[in-house]
Design a protein around this ligand. Structure first.
Ligand code: ADP
Length: 746
């Protein structure tokens, strides 16, 4: 018997839900199931009729860029009643649907599990009442549930990220950036309220990403009874040191240690009374929920959506309801009710003022981010601890510019100064070290750097060689440099490796050498993600959305060329996020046979009503089958069926203000890089004192530089192992034309 899967969205909507729907529907169709869209959440399940409709491959085409949910969502008080759920079971049985993918918050997922538990009982009641045949009930003895968390608040235990949280963070960061610029012009204080009744994730990460001055979250209220005075003292201190604006971010559910709410209006009053200056309140409200999903949300939703469909179709009678989430970049499957229970425990801890427990349940990253933020917002560094050694370290950018480099330098400088150290900024990468172009930096040198793209210190691709080492050693000795912190890409890593390899000849290099990965190409060893790649991905996705819209009137195939050098990360991820039907990677190569097959696919598609084709090509996918070659080939072979247009995205991918994720990653890595320098100070000659920092399985790890030659392919300048290569089958599956489908929408 063909399996029938129902897909629904419920509760509050969240950007990315559509990508999850698309992936769940298509992955299920690919496995031969029949798929039904259940419209308007549980209310549609109860009302049945037109609210439950079979959907095909094309029904969820062209939706990746849309916010909200194409299946609609609703709150259904009726579903909370047993009678309501009985109606729902009746409808599902009428359609033969006994597998569900539910996308919603903890309420919706609890409801789904309840339905599963009551399934048999309610079915029997329906038979007894003569509403359903026994044979129908016998054919569908149980209900299987795969849950996905759609919630902008990132408030669910059991997944590192919920669908929509990253997009909301984009909206918040954009808004605070905009407010910061006007606040600076008028020397004003702003109080910004962001969503999150129990969960301070958006407030905390929004503040961290935008460089705000103070944050109030429900899980960790300010410690002192006189927090108002402390906050104002810090803000006015900041003013004295040259800041022109003050931004306080308040989570919707902010409270004090006694559980009294702290509202924006209260904060405004406090600022006006204590600082004697005008303060403005901005409540971001539904802006945070709206808009096009970010690249990350599209990819995340696609991966968990497809996995949820697979799980719901494979599950048997005794399998409990599962939650499909993500942990450390990998899809996870956890018992749904356990996650709901932990989520409620967390919410209870917040309500019962058990703040240590609330922080503990939020996890390591949240705690660490809170600690970093605390240090970063202090406008005045701590006085150096007597007796503690003050490390003078050089800090520089190297390689191509990457959005987020400034955020990393800012965080490193501030955290180091806070610990009594002395950062020395090097201008224009290793050139600056060769030509002695350095300057001490202090707390305010990096004021306002968090949101700026490019590199304020200046960067270059210069890799030192020959006499350069002598010049660098001289500079280091002259400035009494105790460590080097390099934030950059491939050329930066090569340069640091050379310094390490020259240690025997130049004792000045026997100091901690630490590399922080920053390149849009995401091609560095020792890390799964580099600072800048997320921003570039978002830039690509935005442009491709526009390109797709431009093609409404004609039959057209676009070939979009993206950067990445020999690394296909940007190409593959942007294909996943935009629904491109073909992606050309250097890792896979391009053969004539591939191209023939692609032309066949395009022709068949356009013959059957397809209007738009989208292929994404990595800039170095193949040296001879260039983007122009592909275009000429497709154009000629496509005849009158379709036109071909090229779009080479170029440097817009390297520019732009860093995404919230890149700013946060930059800040976290920089903080740990400073810890590394402290740990290895005075042990400079040890091999382990030269390392690259990075994210490995979600943790921040160090890879010694001597390991690097073994980890990379020198010729193609990329790591030998690339985790994201595993995602190729899913990209291929979702973009294929689809069984029996001929309107070919992406
Ligand atoms: P969210 O899913 O975003 O947490 P809600 O808590 O409002 O949003 O839940 C959405 C819908 O899910 C509700 O309107 C109701 O139909 C259903 N639901 C929520 N909680 C339960 C529950 N405990 N039992 C049955 N249904 C529930």
């Amino acid at each position: 018997m063909t399996k029938r899967l129902g897909v629904l969205t419920s509760g509050g909507d969240a950007p990315g839900m559509n990508a999850a729907i698309r992936a769940a529907v298509r992955a299920a169709l690919d496995q031969g199931a029949e798929v039904y869209g259940i419209y308007e959440g549980y209310q549609g399940m109860i009302d049945g009729g037109n609210y439950i409709r079979q959907v095909g491959w094309g029904a969820c085409g062209g939706v990746l860029h849309k916010g909200g949910t194409i299946f609609g969502t609703a709150r259904s008080p009726e579903f909370r009643t047993r009678d309501g759920r009985r109606k729902a079971v009746r409808n599902l049985l009428l359609y033969g649907i006994d597998r569900l993918v539910v996308i919603g918050g903890d309420g919706s997922l609890t409801g789904a599990n309840l339905l599963r538990q009551e399934w048999r009982e309610l079915s029997q009641e329906l038979v007894a009442a003569g509403e359903i045949e026994q044979s129908v009930v016998d054919a569908h003895p149980y209900l299987t549930i795969a849950g996905l968390v759609g919630s902008i608040d990132n408030d669910m235990y059991g997944t590192d990220m919920t669908i929509g949280a990253d997009s909301a963070l984009h909206r918040i960061t954009d808004a605070i950036d905009a407010i910061t610029s006007t606040a600076a012009s008028h020397q004003r204080a702003f109080v910004v309220e962001v969503m999150g009744r129990n969960c301070g994730y958006l407030a905390l990460m929004g503040a961290l990403a935008s460089g705000a001055d103070w944050v109030l979250i429900p899980e960790n209220p300010p410690n002192l009874d006189n927090w108002e005075e402390k906050m104002c003292a810090i803000l006015s201190e900041g003013r004295k040191m040259g800041r022109r604006d003050s931004i306080v971010v308040v989570a919707e559910g902010a409270q004090d240690r006694r559980g009294n709410p702290i509202t924006c209006e209260m904060v405004k009053q406090v600022l006006e009374t204590h600082l004697g200056e005008e303060a403005r309140v901005t409540v971001l409200g539904h802006v945070q929920r709206g808009g096009s999903p970010s690249a990350y949300d599209r990819v995340l939703s696609t991966l968990v959506g497809a996995a949820a469909a697979g799980l719901a179709l494979a599950a048997g009678e005794n399998d409990e309801s599962m939650l499909v989430g993500i942990h450390q970049n990998k899809i996870t499957y956890r018992p749904l009710m356990e996650c709901v229970k932990k989520t409620h425990e967390l919410n209870d801890a917040v309500r019962n003022l058990d703040f240590p427990k609330a922080m503990e349940l939020r996890g390591k990253n949240f705690q660490e981010s809170f600690r970093i933020l605390r240090t970063l917002i202090r406008s005045m560094p701590h006085p150096p601890t007597p007796g503690k050694e003050r490390i003078r370290f050089a800090i520089l950018n190297a390689g191509g510019p990457a959005p987020g480099m400034n955020a990393a330098v800012r965080a490193a400088v501030r955290l180091a100064v806070d610990q009594g150290h002395i950062p020395v900024g090097v201008f224009r990468g290793f050139r600056g070290l060769i030509t002695d172009n350095l300057e001490e930096m202090e707390w305010m040198s990096v004021s306002g750097w968090a949101p700026i793209g490019g590199s304020e210190l200046g960067t270059s691709r210069k890799v030192p060689s020959g006499g350069d080492f002598y010049a660098i050693a001289k500079t280091l000795e002259k400035h009494q440099i105790d460590a080097i912190l390099m934030v950059g890409g491939w050329a930066g890593y090569q340069s640091m490796l050379r310094l390490y390899q020259e240690r025997a000849n130049f004792p000045a290099f026997n100091i901690p050498l630490i590399c922080v990965p920053a390149t849009i190409n995401n091609n560095l060893p020792g890390t799964e993600l580099c600072i800048g790649a997320d921003t570039a991905l978002n830039s690509i996705v935005e442009v491709v959305d526009k390109i797709k819209q431009s093609a409404v009137a004609s039959n057209r195939c676009f070939i979009v060329e993206v950067m990445g050098r020999y690394c296909g990360y940007l190409a593959l991820m942007s294909a996943l996020a935009t629904g491109a039907e073909r992606v050309y990677l250097h890792e896979e190569g391009v053969t004539l046979k591939d191209l023939e097959r692609d032309i066949g696919m395009l022709k068949e598609g356009f013959e059957h009503g397809k209007r738009l084709g989208l292929m994404i090509r990595n800039e170095n996918a193949n040296p001879l089958y260039t983007t122009s070659f592909l275009s000429a080939l497709f154009e000629e072979e496509g005849g009158s069926l379709f036109d071909v247009r090229i779009s080479v995205l170029g440097h817009l991918q390297q520019g732009g203000d860093p995404s919230p994720y890149d700013r946060i990653l930059a800040t976290r890595l920089a903080a740990k890089a400073i810890d590394f320098i402290e740990d290895h100070y005075r042990k400079g000659e040890a091999d382990e004192s030269a390392a690259a920092i990075g994210l490995l399985s979600g943790n921040i790890e160090f890879t010694p530089l001597y390991e690097i030659p073994r980890l990379v392919d020198e010729k193609t300048q990329r790591p030998k192992e690339q985790w994201w290569m595993e995602l190729r089958p899913i990209a291929r599956l979702l973009a294929q034309p689809g069984p029996g489908f001929h309107s070919h929408q992406m």
